[in-house]
Ligand binder design. Structure first.
Ligand code: ZN
Length: 123
């Protein structure tokens, strides 16, 4: 996902620098470019732009889908609650259960910080 983010930022920067501000053109050509230099640069930019536009759209969509999924998953996941006193685990208020992995299994032991009750939960 990091690669998509980098790709998206690079594509947006390229589009901004070439089409919106012409800053890249000014940087490459200097103050008084000839008409020939101008047309070469314009042709070069438009050739690079052909793959850049779909890449921008694809990476932007991938980031959007990832963001929606992460948001939906975070929303759906229920907090862990102690079976004895019903205290819910909450990262926001810093109330976390102690977890100890059970060696050789896919389970771990959770210990409630309030009543001291311990029980098995999947990792
Ligand atoms: Zn408890």
């Amino acid at each position: 996902m990091f690669a998509f983010a980098v790709l998206f930022i690079l594509c947006v920067l390229y589009i901004t620098a070439t089409i919106l501000t012409h800053s890249l053109q000014d940087l490459l050509l200097g103050q008084n470019p000839s008409e020939e230099q101008n047309s070469i640069i314009r042709a070069l930019f438009s050739w690079v732009l052909i793959p850049v536009i779909p890449l921008t759209i694809i990476s932007g969509l991938a980031l959007l889908i990832y963001g929606i999924q992460a948001f939906a998953l975070r929303d759906r996941r229920k907090p862990l609650a102690c079976p004895k006193c019903q205290t819910e685990e909450s990262r926001i208020v810093g109330r976390m259960f102690n977890r100890k992995p059970v060696v050789g299994t896919d389970w771990q032991i959770a210990v409630c910080p309030f009543c001291g009750y311990d029980w098995h939960i999947p990792r």
